[in-house]
Design a protein around this ligand. Structure first.
Ligand code: ADE
Length: 241
């Protein structure tokens, strides 16, 4: 999987993803990250890429042409026949979720466009963007953090990126429930003991304890997901009747 990012702050993304699991995946070439500075495609000797918004209003917009040139240059590096998407990260997009990550990971190349200031000239968005995606109903100063959130989420779905492939599958959201609580050594910490069932060695009991805890936790913390889960269970019961 190749990630490409068009941004005014390429170091922010490259440095942020150079650590931990994504850092290892990059070093092992399981994923690659190509951050390009839109400013390098300015036709202005000061590297200026923003201008006022027609019709007035506060703030500056990124101009269409530097973004377009930057995109054309990226395209020229992507082999013909590669499956790709161009994602504009914006609070006006579809809310990002695990399902979108699972769709996007099926591509060979993902190109992210990060806006800054008040946004990007609409005309270039119309020409190049395939997906508008948001990470939540709040407004950040730029698209770099959302792009990093999405890249991290997608990267861990790439084969081999998580040490143990199974862990991506059984954990939160994939199964519609939040993950059960987990404990590591010591067995007692601040007078709190690890639930005894986890020390029993009885795999079936441990499994049912974990499912029960997952259901309870989802009910307490994410009522919306819990309702979805109940609907699915009811549906399954009807289907199996
Ligand atoms: N850019 C600024 N805020 C954003 C958000 N919430 N999601 C995606 N891109 C953004």
């Amino acid at each position: 999987m190749q990630f490409h990012v068009m941004t005014l702050f390429p170091e922010m993304i490259a440095q942020g993803l150079a650590n931990s699991i994504t850092g290892r995946a990059l070093r092992e070439k399981l994923i690659s990250l190509n951050c390009v500075n839109i400013r390098d495609y300015s036709d202005n000797r000061h590297g200026k890429v923003d201008d006022y918004s027609y019709g007035g209003g506060a703030g500056m917009l990124i101009q269409a042409e530097p973004v377009y040139q930057c995109y054309q240059n990226l395209l020229s590096q992507i082999p013909d026949g590669h499956k790709k998407r161009v994602i504009y990260v914006t609070p006006q997009g579809r809310p990002f979720c695990q399902e979108i990550a699972e769709e996007l990971v099926k591509n060979d190349d993902l190109i992210f466009l990060c806006g800054h200031y008040e946004g990007v000239d609409e005309r270039v968005l119309e020409e190049i963007v395939t997906d508008y995606v948001s990470i939540g109903d709040y407004v950040l100063t730029g698209g770099e953090l959302p792009a990093m959130v999405m890249i991290d989420t997608i990267a861990r779905l790439v084969d081999g990126v998580l040490g143990n492939d199974a862990s991506a599958e059984i954990e939160s959201f994939h199964g519609k429930l939040l993950e059960y609580p987990q404990f590591t050594r010591p067995e007692v910490w601040h007078d709190k003991a690890v639930p005894s069932v986890l020390l029993s060695g009885d795999a079936a009991r441990i499994r049912s304890w974990r499912i029960k805890e997952s259901i309870q936790r989802t009910r307490e913390r994410r009522e919306d997901l819990y309702r979805d889960y109940c609907r699915l269970v009811q549906l399954e019961e009807i289907l199996l009747r």
